[in-house]
Structures are given as C-alpha cells and as structure tokens.
Design a protein around this ligand. Sequence first.
Ligand code: SF4
Length: 64
Amino acid sequence: MKVIVDLDACQGYACCMMEAPEVFDLDEDAGKVLLLVESPSEGLRTKTEAAVRACPAKALKLED
Ligand code: SF4
C-alpha cells in the first residue's frame, strides 16, 4: 500500500493527521500535509483509508 499526496490540492486541513497520526503530520510552515510513512504497513490500512476519505480536498490516494 502506497500513499499518494497531491500537494497542490492539499489545503492543510489536517483531517488526515487526526485519522492516522502515524502516517500524516502537518507541515505548519508550508500549511501542507507531511507524509511520515510513504508505504504504511497493513496494520495501518484501516486508519490510512479513513484518512484518505476524510480529506476534504481529495488530495490523498492509495495505491496497492
Ligand atoms: S486532510 Fe487533505 S487537505 Fe487536509 S492536510 Fe490532509 S491531505 Fe491536506
């Protein structure tokens, strides 16, 4: 599983970080998401999928 981030679309809402803090952080200077883990383990799949759904800007995608 690989996380794809569209930084142009990201608006820095940080919803992703609230759903999966192991995978996402917020770069406060840039006001954009900071990807902590590019390929999360299967144990983080549920949280990572929730983060992708939670993004209001549709800036996150998962690839298997
Ligand atoms: S929820 Fe979406 S818009 Fe908000 S910080 Fe995460 S990737 Fe960016």
